[in-house]
Ligand binder design. Structure first.
Ligand code: 3HC
Length: 290
């Protein structure tokens, strides 16, 4: 059958039940947006304590959304929050939720082995039609998918912080991702109210490939003594129209995340000057870890 022509077998699957793995900022944000757009969502993490914190964060963010969206109708706003929270459940046991999941979105720590282990385990229990997706910032989707037997039903869904505000989703296809899976992920992103762009499985996809070297070059510019941190931030905000300067944004994304991304790329392509680390960044992350 030719792709793109109507056939029920090729129609992208409708995604209703979503499991999000990882209750951090990204996972909670994705869960919030999915629950706000008619999906039934289960947020999974390792402890009730983490999940309680995630739900508190979601409640706080929903209040901010509602304050704007239902500015003149506080009752409708309260009803909206109630409905969203009803569509959201939590679990510390992914295995008991997987049977009813159409889509699994993983947003945990950037550790290939841990991601592979979770997906490998769930792959054995998941229904045939279930699509797996990773929100990784910098790891190859194909490497994560390799621990499963559903390479055709595996892709990337890369969101941006803060997820409720940022309109973009990068949808990543590996060479093995089927057209149906890709279309399902694209449709899902649109139903979330986001604008999807199509990406290849290359380091940093589109946004991080441009943004991370830019943030690193801001640090190097400062290290060379060519500008103060404050002036660099002001310059990029007022001169280039960025909502945050590179230092403010680096703090927002997390210095440890930026270091992790750049170190990973540098290891694979040490000669690339875009992937060169910074002594100051390394020092700051070391200090943060003490
Ligand atoms: N939830 C809900 N609403 C939110 C929100 C959240 N988490 N954050 C902001 N808002 C809304 C609220 O309505 C808020 O009003 P309120 O303070 O009265 O509640 C309104 O936005 C304005 O927020 P702020 O006054 O705090 O500040 P800004 O106007 O600057 O907007 C911002 C905040 C949207 C974060 C903006 O500064 C921005 O776009 N910054 C750049 C973010 C960015 O580049 N993100 C991408 C990072 S890279 C990434 O995520 C990829 C990863 O792989 C590394």
């Amino acid at each position: 059958v030719v792709r793109g022509f109507s056939s029920s077998a090729l129609r992208p699957a409708v995604i209703k039940h979503v499991m999000i793995i990882g209750g951090g900022q990204m996972g909670a944000g994705i869960a919030q947006v999915a629950a706000s757009t008619g999906h039934s969502v289960t947020l999974v993490d390792t402890s009730e304590e983490i999940l309680n914190k995630s739900v508190k964060g979601i409640e706080g963010s929903l209040k901010r959304v509602v304050k704007k969206k239902f500015a003149d109708k506080p009752e409708a706003g309260a009803e909206f929050i109630h409905k969203v929270l009803q569509s959201l459940s939590t679990s510390t046991h992914a295995e008991s939720v997987i049977q009813s999941s159409d889509l699994v979105v993983e947003a945990i720590v950037e550790n290939l082995k841990v991601k592979q282990e979770i997906f490998g385990r769930l792959d054995k229990l998941a229904p045939q039609h279930t699509i797996f997706a990773s929100n990784t910032s910098s790891l190859p989707i194909a490497d994560i998918a390799s621990s499963t037997s559903r390479l055709d039903r595996f892709g990337g869904l890369h969101f941006f912080n803060p997820v409720p505000m940022m309109k973009l989703v990068e949808v990543i296809a590996t060479p093995a991702t089927s057209q149906e899976t890709f279309d399902s992920l694209l449709n899902f992103s649109k139903v979330l109210g986001k604008t999807p762009v199509s990406c290849k499985d290359t380091p940093g996809f589109i946004v991080n490939r441009l943004l991370v070297p830019y943030m690193l070059e801001a640090v190097r510019l400062y290290e060379r003594g060519h500008g103060s941190k404050e002036d660099i931030d002001i310059a990029m905000k007022l001169g280039a129209g960025y909502p945050m300067g590179p230092f403010e944004l680096s703090d927002y994304v997390g210095l440890d995340t930026i270091k992790f991304i750049i170190d990973g790329w540098c290891e694979k392509d040490p000669g690339n000057p875009l992937f060169k680390s910074s002594e100051m960044l390394n020092k700051l992350v070391r200090l943060l870890q003490v």
